[in-house]
Design a binder for this molecule. Structure first.
Ligand code: B12
Length: 337
């Protein structure tokens, strides 16, 4: 049975609502990153509403109610069917004194910015969706919700579980790209949500790096280098490539974001790679010049330019790759049998 909190020293006490005035549906929605309409649906459909009826107009959620709803949210984000998640949340063991935090703290930590964001996104799609993904699969919605709630642990778990079930390429193309593009669009439309991009990026990097770190017995004697162009901070595709290669037992060295030209040259000279992939999301003339000035080695590495930042013309000998499958295929070929 799930336990909502382990802070209570005495488990023999019966369940009891927390003292205090309680939270409104709007406050709970902000706290959990769930649209108010979703909370009302969970109340109506599954009985996951305020347990305490306060005299007066509005019903208020106690900390224990919030704890149950938080568990519900986490289970749904992790892909559980809502009915099952609600049953688990309702039957979770709750003892007196258990609380997520005291009510004042809850209210104080509410991110005021999330309110208009939820209104904007939740409104047109009838509530619950925190990123505009009207036709998305449940796992995509779950990841979008977890990211909007800044729940980095849930994000990492969703990505990791999906990789375990479907593999890196599927997870990147069908789960991560839709959510990343949705989050980017939201920033473009509203100027808000960079913190969501950060949480999602860190969680994604952690899950993909986990696959890379598990690689034992790599098949390639010469390494593969993966780097971002100078000044380029968008490094996630590098980790996607590294993880997809790791599934094929090809080891890659990820140099990460913002790799200066001289550092890339030094890494190439020092490691003698079979393939070098440079990712550029943002257009950069300096990046193209850098690719044109890479050292000539024998045997020569395959040099791949990836991402929307590269212009129409690439330096001679540099190959453009268009998606993850293409990148993995070309690198696998360069590495050899
Ligand atoms: C996560 C993110 C960040 C994170 C990056 C963290 C990290 N470690 O990577 C942080 C918060 C640091 C960040 C910062 C910024 N970002 Co940003 N960010 C994103 C976001 C949401 C995802 C990036 C990503 O991984 N994309 C990879 C895939 C999902 O996207 P894609 O390249 O569009 O995919 C297409 C192709 O490239 C190809 N493809 C897909 N996967 C693969 C894989 C391989 C190997 C290949 C070859 C091809 C390929 O197929 C896709 C479909 O056509 C994008 C939104 C977006 N649409 O990408 C914005 C986005 C890239 N960012 C943007 C901007 C403007 C910025 C900032 C300048 C401002 C800001 N938002 O804070 C800064 C500064 C960045 C800098 N100097 O480099 C803009 C860029 C617009 C432009 N083209 O000029 C975007 C597009 C958001 C938007 N919609 O406006 N960002």
């Amino acid at each position: 049975m799930a336990r909502l909190d382990s802070s209570s020293p005495d488990r023999s006490e019966p369940s009891a609502p927390a003292a205090g005035p309680g939270l409104t549906v709007a406050s709970v929605a902000r706290r959990l990153g769930v649209a108010p309409a979703t909370l009302r649906t969970w109340d109506r459909r599954y009985g996951l509403g305020p347990t305490e009826r306060t005299a007066g107009t509005h019903r208020r959620y106690s900390t224990l109610d919030v704890a149950r709803l938080d568990l519900m949210r986490r289970l749904v984000n992790a892909g559980a069917p809502p009915g099952e998640a609600a049953r688990a949340a309702l039957h979770a063991e709750v003892a007196a004194g258990d609380a997520l935090a005291d009510l004042e703290h809850l209210v104080a930590t509410v991110d005021a910015d999330l309110d208009p964001l939820l209104d904007e996104i939740g409104g047109p799609h009838g509530g619950g969706d925190v990123i505009a993904l009207p036709t998305a699969a449940p796992s995509v919605r779950g990841l979008a919700r977890a990211a909007t709630s800044l729940d980095s642990i849930a994000c990492t778990q969703i990505v990791r579980d999906t990789i375990d079930r479907r593999g890196v390429v599927w997870t990147w193309d069908n789960l991560l790209v839709p959510v990343l593009v949705g989050v980017g669009r939201r920033w473009e439309d509203t100027g808000r949500g960079v913190e969501v991009e950060h949480v999602l990026s860190e969680a994604t990097t952690a899950a993909l790096s986990g696959v890379v770190m598990r690689l034992r017995g790599a098949v390639n004697p010469r390494p593969v280098l993966l780097a971002c162009a100078d000044d380029e901070m968008h490094s996630l595709p590098l980790f996607a490539v590294a993880a997809a290669l790791a599934e094929r037992r090809i080891a890659a060295r990820v140099l990460g974001a913002r790799v200066p030209h001289d550092a890339l040259v030094a890494a190439i000279r020092r490691t003698g790679p079979s393939a070098v992939l440079v990712w550029a999301h943002l257009p950069s003339p300096a990046a193209a010049e850098s690719l044109a000035a890479l050292p000539v080695l024998r045997p020569a590495p395959v040099v791949l330019a990836a991402g929307p930042g590269w212009g129409a013309e690439l330096p001679p000998g540099v190959v453009r790759v268009t998606d993850l499958v293409d990148a993995v295929a070309r690198i696998s070929h360069a590495v050899g049998p």
